[in-house]
Design a protein around this ligand. Structure first.
Ligand code: KG4
Ligand code: ZN
Length: 344
C-alpha cells in the first residue's frame, strides 16, 4: 500500500510517499527558515504564501523521486490539526483536490500524533508507552495505549519548550531557530547561572504540566546583569529545561508503571535531552525512543506513515467537506474522527 503524506501546518512544506512493503520512497521538505529568520519566528502570512508557491513542486518532486504516479497511490494523508490555520488550509485544500480528481481516500492526521509515530519508522516500540512531545508549538505528555487510543496527562500552561528555546536565543542575539544554536553553544558553556525549574516539584494538579515563561523571564534578568557569557547562559537554560522534561516524564513512568517512552517533535533533536534520557534508561530500567534527526522536525514521512496506520488499522477516511483546526488536542481529535463527525 502506498500513501502520499502532505504537511503544511507551520513553515515547512513537506511531502512524502510511504510504501508498506518498501518503506519510505521519498521525503521532501521545503524549509522556510531563511525567510523567517529576520522575524525571529514564523510569520503566518509569509508562511502561507510560500506554501502556495511550493506545494505543487514539492508533491511533484516526491512523486518523481519515488518513481510513483497518482494511479499507484492508495490514499492521501494530510495534517488537519493543529497549526497555523492559514498554513494548514493550503495542504488540506490540495489534498482534497487530489483526492477528488484521482478518486483516492483522504486520511486525516494530527500533527502531534505524527511526530510521535515517526519513531515507528525506525524503532520497534510496544504499547502502552509514555509520549513526551516537545516542539515549537507544543509541550505535552500522553499515555499511548494503542494507535488512536490516547490519554492526555498534561501540557504547558504558557510557552512551548521549542518556543522558549527560540525566545532565549533571540534574547542572546543568536539567530533563528534558536534550539539547534543553543544546543551547539551550550557545549562550550558551564552551568554557572542559577535558574528556576518551574513546577518541577509540583505533586498536585500541575504534576504533569509545564511552565516555561517564568524561566524565560529569569534568563532575561540574568542577561541584563551583563556578567555572564552567552555560552554559560545557554548551558544553564538548557540544563533547567532538560531537567524539567526528563523529571516529569519519569514521574509518569513511575506512576503508571510504563517502561517505554517516545520523545518526539523538534526539541527531541536536543543532544543534552537525549543524553539525560540515555542515562535514565540504565538508572530506571526503561527504554527511551527518539526519532532519527531527519524525522525530528516537521516532515512528510511522519504524515504518510501515520496516515498509513490510520487507514490500515482504523479504516478511517474523511469526506471532502471536513475542515482544519488551529487548536485541537490529539485525544479529542481521535475521538472526533472515530465517531465519524466531519467537523471539528
Ligand atoms: O516540531 P518542529 O519542527 O515544529 C513544530 O511543530 O513546532 O519544532 C521546531 C522547534 C523549534 O522551536 C526549534 O528551535 C526546536 O524545535 N529545535 C531544537 C533543536 N532542534 C530544533 N530545540 C532544542 N535543541 C535542538 N537541537
Ligand atoms: Zn511539528
Amino acid at each position: 500500500m502506498k500513501i502520499l503524506g502532505i504537511e503544511t501546518s507551520c513553515d515547512d512544506t513537506a511531502v512524502a510517499i510511504y510504501d508498506s512493503e518498501e518503506g519510505l520512497l521519498s521525503n521532501i521538505v521545503s524549509s522556510q527558515v531563511k525567510l523567517h529568520e529576520e522575524w525571529g519566528g514564523v510569520y503566518p502570512d509569509l508562511a502561507a504564501r510560500e506554501h502556495t508557491k511550493n506545494i505543487i513542486p514539492v508533491i511533484d518532486k516526491a512523486l518523481m523521486e519515488s518513481s510513483v504516479s497518482f494511479k499507484d497511490i492508495d490514499g492521501i494523508a494530510v495534517t488537519v490539526a493543529p497549526g497555523l490555520i492559514v498554513s494548514l488550509v493550503i495542504g488540506i485544500t490540495v489534498a482534497k483536490s487530489l483526492s477528488w480528481i484521482y478518486n483516492k481516500p483522504l486520511i486525516p492526521v494530527h500533527h502531534i500524533e505524527a511526530h510521535i509515530f515517526a519513531s515507528f519508522l525506525t524503532e520497534k516500540i510496544s504499547y502502552p508507552f509514555i509520549a513526551l512531545v516537545v516542539s515549537g508549538g507544543h509541550t505535552e505528555l500522553y499515555i499511548i495505549n494503542n494507535f488512536g487510543d490516547y490519554r492526555y496527562l498534561g501540557g504547558t500552561l504558557d510557552d512551548a519548550v521549542g518556543e522558549s528555546f527560540d525566545k532565549v536565543a533571540r534574547m542572546l542575539n543568536l539567530g533563528y531557530p534558536g534550539g539547534p544554536i543553543i544546543d551547539k553553544i551550550s557545549k562550550e558553556g558551564n552551568e554557572t547561572v542559577k535558574l528556576p525549574r518551574p513546577l518541577l516539584n509540583d505533586k498536585g494538579k500541575n504534576k504533569f504540566n509545564f511552565s516555561f515563561s517564568g524561566l524565560k523571564t529569569a534568563v532575561l534578568r540574568e542577561i541584563q546583569k551583563g556578567i555572564y557569557k552567552k555560552e554559560d547562559i545557554a548551558r544553564s537554560f538548557q540544563e533547567a529545561v532538560t531537567d524539567i522534561l526528563v523529571e516529569k516524564t519519569l514521574t509518569a513512568v513511575k506512576e503508571f508503571n510504563i517502561k517505554e517512552v517516545v520523545v518526539a517533535g523538534g526539541v527531541s533533536a536536543n543532544s543534552r535531552l537525549r543524553e539525560k534520557f540515555k542515562n535514565a534508561e540504565s538508572s530506571e530500567g526503561i527504554k527511551v525512543h527518539f526519532p532519527p534527526l531527519y524525522l525530528c522536525t516537521d516532515n512528510g514521512a511522519m504524515i504518510a506513515y501515520t496516515g498509513y496506520k490510520r487507514f490500515k488499522e482504523e479504516k478511517i477516511t474523511i469526506n471532502l467537506n471536513f475542515e482544519g483546526k488551529a487548536r485541537l488536542r490529539m485525544d479529542k481529535f481521535s475521538e472526533i474522527i472515530r465517531s465519524n463527525r466531519t467537523s471539528f
